[in-house]
Design a protein around this ligand. Structure first.
Ligand SMILES: Cc1cc2nc3c(=O)[nH]c(=O)nc-3n(C[C@H](O)[C@H](O)[C@H](O)COP(=O)(O)OP(=O)(O)OC[C@H]3O[C@@H](n4cnc5c(N)ncnc54)[C@H](O)[C@@H]3O)c2cc1C
Length: 542
């Protein structure tokens, strides 16, 4: 089933995903996705094991990548992929985020470490379209959209991870309308590298006298080199050694009076950066969908070919015939397809928001934390299950699933951990100022089973009446409950509307519904009945 990922994605975009916005016609979509799949096969599948093995190096204060990485990036840039969603006048193709999500899934299935730089480019152009002044847009957008210059998002500092309001990097105004930034940033993806000529760091900092907390933050663009070619006051403090994503350099940066341009209004940095964060979270959702797909497909292939068991006098039977392997393969395929659909749906509602639909904006805001978290967890669950299906072969490097497990572990950490996404969903999107309207709208549109709708609605109402501490404890299980309902609705819609693929989606949706119903009842209980503080104090306070 669903062997040709590009063709499947084209069908889902055309017939299944809601709120299409102005997408190109089916022929153009299919052509773009087929080309993306070809690019991934030619450049990225061979690159992933090389960069995983060789990683990056810090040499004389600069980061270098493995040589094939640079030629792959050049091919990516020359083919126009870096400007997929950038506006026409910046040399981009102005294509919607939903199509970009599908392209990203195809490419990240081969190499998510490579794709991290591409996500940054997409997010930066989106930010500049909305908040860059004319001079900044003209200088930066065509170069980023053309893949000549790179971009980063610089939020994290040693004392400011999830708690962004603790950022200490200082911004001092200069006489010429420019600013000077001083402070330390950590864990910055593609914070330095040799793939592009120049790098722009989109950086949150605090102007002198600004209030404490997130309200005092402003957003700046800090180039690594100044217009004449001299180095700006940005140095590379360290290059992290990490579990996975070895091809994606993660850097500590020091800003020492670095020349910077204000982006958007002073004191509204977080709101301004949100244009970029939305796209980053969609990007992580697509990364998750990609790895969930890649792990499931690898396991399916292996299970068909590997023979174990059966009559010793005859040939061994394919392990795909064993009941427990079948359960694993079905669970993986269900998670992979649900992740793909949820990521596409979230992106499509962002597209509709961009076209001015305020209700779609609320649906997108509600689905984003769900998509980011569900897809991240689906990737890890699938990589883990794939290793189980492959047995010893899965644990060693001959097969890519151990790399996938390492690569995807961070998806539920960066761009807001799962706990933070749960709080965003429950406290702001469900119990916030818009009331239950957006939640009900999402449920009505995606139409999950009545049992799941009731579970979500009743739990949301019950959580509205409990104290803040109980809401906090319920936030992540509640997000997982909403995710199961969204997955159920989307899989059933694919089972009805996905043309030639409908019968296999319908069978998958039926399997998923049984699993989801079992899981949902445990999640409802987890949301409503566990007093974590009593248990915690009992265990740890003595
Ligand atoms: C490979 C990699 C790439 C990265 N790339 C970037 C990048 O490009 N730019 C950038 O700015 N940052 C980047 N980061 C940093 C990343 O965004 C942070 O790691 C993340 O936001 C979490 O912050 P933290 O690691 O300090 O964890 P902490 O905030 O210390 O959290 C630790 C644990 O406590 C929980 N926790 C914290 N606060 C709360 C709360 N209020 N309620 C409930 N639970 C809570 C968290 O969920 C988590 O489980 C990257 C990190 C990695 C590992």
């Amino acid at each position: 089933m669903m062997k040709d990922a590009a063709a499947t994605l084209a069908i889902l975009l055309e017939h299944v995903v809601d709120g299409a916005g102005s997408r190109p016609d089916a022929g153009v979509t299919t052509a773009i996705l087929t080309e993306a799949a070809r690019f991934a096969e030619r450049y990225l599948a061979p690159l992933a094991p090389i960069t995983d093995r060789e990683g990056c190096r810090l040499d004389a204060g600069r980061v270098g990548t493995a040589p094939p990485h640079k030629s792959a990036w050049q091919a990516y840039a020359e083919a126009g992929w870096a400007g997929l969603t950038a506006p026409d006048d910046a040399g981009g193709q102005a294509l919607p985020m939903a199509l970009a999500a599908a392209v990203q899934e195809l490419m990240d299935a081969a190499d998510p470490a490579f794709g991290m730089l591409a996500i940054n480019a997409r997010c930066a152009t989106r930010l500049l379209v909305r908040h860059g002044d004319e001079a900044t847009r003209e200088a930066w957008m065509p170069a980023i959209a053309g893949g000549l210059w790179g971009a980063t998002i610089c939020i994290s500092e040693p004392q400011a991870g999830s708690d962004v309001g603790r950022i200490r990097t200082r911004a001092e105004p200069g006489g010429d309308g420019m600013w000077a930034l001083t402070g330390d940033k950590c864990w910055i993806s593609y914070g330095d590298h040799d793939l592009t000529e120049r790098i722009g760091h989109f950086t949150l900092a605090r102007a002198r006298g600004a209030p404490a907390g997130t309200r005092g933050l402003s957003l700046f663009l800090v180039p690594d080199t100044l217009p004449g070619g001299a180095r700006n006051g940005v140095s590379i403090a360290r290059l992290e050694e990490k579990l996975g994503l070895h091809g994606s350099p993660t850097c500590g940066l020091i800003f020492d009076g670095a020349t910077a341009t204000l982006i958007g209004q002073e004191g509204r940095g977080l709101q301004t950066l949100f244009a970029m964060i939305v796209a980053m979270r969609l990007g992580v959702a697509s990364q998750g969908a990609a790895v969930a797909q890649a792990a499931a497909s690898t396991a399916e292939r292996y299970a068909d070919e590997r023979g174990q068991g059966g009559d010793p006098a005859g040939p061994p039977m394919p392990i795909a015939r064993h009941a427990e392997i079948r359960r694993l393969l079905l669970q993986m395929r269900a998670r992979a397809e649900a992740a793909r659909l949820i990521a596409l749906q979230a992106a499509a509602w962002v597209d509709a928001e961009d076209e001015g639909d305020p209700d779609a904006a609320k649906r997108a805001a509600l689905l984003l934390p769900v998509a980011k978290t569900y897809c991240a967890e689906a990737a890890f669950a699938n990589a883990d299950a794939a290793i189980q299906v492959l047995g010893g072969a899965g644990y060693v490097r001959d097969w890519p699933v151990e790399r996938m497990l390492r690569d995807c572990r961070v998806f539920s950490i960066y761009e807001g951990t799962s706990a933070i996404q749960g709080l965003d969903l429950l406290l702001r999107r469900v119990l916030g100022k818009d009331g239950f309207g957006p939640l009900h709208d999402v449920l009505d549109r995606l139409a999950p089973s009545p049992v799941l709708v009731l579970a979500v609605r009743d739990t949301a109402e019950a959580l509205a009446g409990v104290d803040a501490r109980s809401q906090e404890a319920a936030a992540l299980p509640f997000l997982r409950l909403v995710a199961l309902a969204c997955a159920d609705g989307l899989l059933h819609r694919a089972g009805r509307d996905a043309g030639p693929l409908a019968p296999s989606y319908a069978a998958l949706a039926a399997f998923h519904r049984t699993e989801a119903t079992i899981e949902a009842s445990a999640l409802v209980q987890r949301c409503l009945s566990v007093d974590l503080d009593v248990a915690f104090d009992g265990v740890f306070a003595s």
